[in-house]
Write a protein that binds this ligand. Structure first.
Ligand code: Z5A
Length: 217
């Protein structure tokens, strides 16, 4: 294997809840570390103390934001995370693996909460351009809403503001993610998240190897 160990790569995992992002982010980090790469694994919203505080407010706060403030709060958490953690790790030559990033804002705030209204999408696009740091590679773990729901019921645990939304909301979120993949096929690899955990793991690692060997996608 010809893996180039210079690192400095930004990888994101995206998809609806229950798609397996957190599990796969952990597997990918383990595999890359075993190959000798230095990996920084993180998540959004969160990753710094201030961004984690915003996460708590966004996911479990009693009061809801107006849509503009909700988008800005996700972006504020992201900016803090980027400046304090992600950019320094990239500059240090590490592979950053981030569980959710910009595409989640597009899918959840743009399509889920905002129902793909043009003013919401253009607001998100404008802020995204200001943040100005795009991933090199994104794995979109795609799964039908009902399959993901069954997984989450089985797992149990606390439900956040977004998880508790109706299935139509989650279908719009899925549509938003699939639109991103269609518009940016160079960056986004769609992975069938209904496959076994082992199958998804192999598929993601296979694409990582191609990318690291310089073959692109
Ligand atoms: N959000 C937003 O609105 N805007 C933004 O800009 C950002 C985020 C960045 C973060 O929640 C929430 O913030 C999220 C979107 C919103 N809310 N929602 N909904 P989070 O990070 O706490 O939750 P999540 O990202 O939705 O994670 P999750 O529910 O834990 O899902 P997951 O990470 O994709 O899946 P998992 O934890 O790896 O696996 C879930 C279960 O399925 C678990 O029991 C696994 O063992 C099982 N699993 C995983 N893979 C498989 C396969 N292949 N087969 C069978 N079972 C599996």
């Amino acid at each position: 294997m010809l893996l180039d160990k210079t690192g400095g790569m930004f990888v994101t995992l995206e998809g609806g809840e229950g798609a397996g992002k957190s599990s796969q982010a952990a597997y990918l980090a383990e595999q890359l570390e075993a190959d000798g790469f230095r990996v920084y694994k993180t998540r959004e919203p969160g990753g710094t103390p201030a961004a984690e505080a915003l996460r708590h407010l966004l996911l479990f706060g009693e009061a809801s934001f107006c849509w503009q403030a909700e988008v800005m709060a996700h972006m504020a958490a992201r900016m803090d995370h980027l400046e304090q953690k992600i950019k320094p790790a990239l500059a240090d030559g590490q592979i950053v693996i981030c569980d959710r990033y910009h595409d989640s804002t597009w899918a959840y705030q743009g399509f889920g909460m905002g129902a793909a209204r043009p003013e919401v999408l253009s607001f998100i696009t404008a802020l995204r351009q200001l943040v100005a740091c795009e991933p090199d590679l994104t794995f979109l773990l795609d799964i039908p809403v009902d399959v993901a729901h069954t997984r989450l019921v089985k797992r149990g645990g606390k439900t956040d503001r977004y998880e508790g939304q109706a299935s139509q909301f989650h279908q719009r979120v899925r549509d938003g993610f699939l639109q991103v993949a269609q518009q940016d096929p160079e960056r986004v690899v769609v992975v069938d998240a209904c496959a076994s955990i082992e199958g998804v793991k192999k598929e993601i690692y296979r694409h990582m190897q191609v990318w690291l060997e310089g073959g692109g996608m």
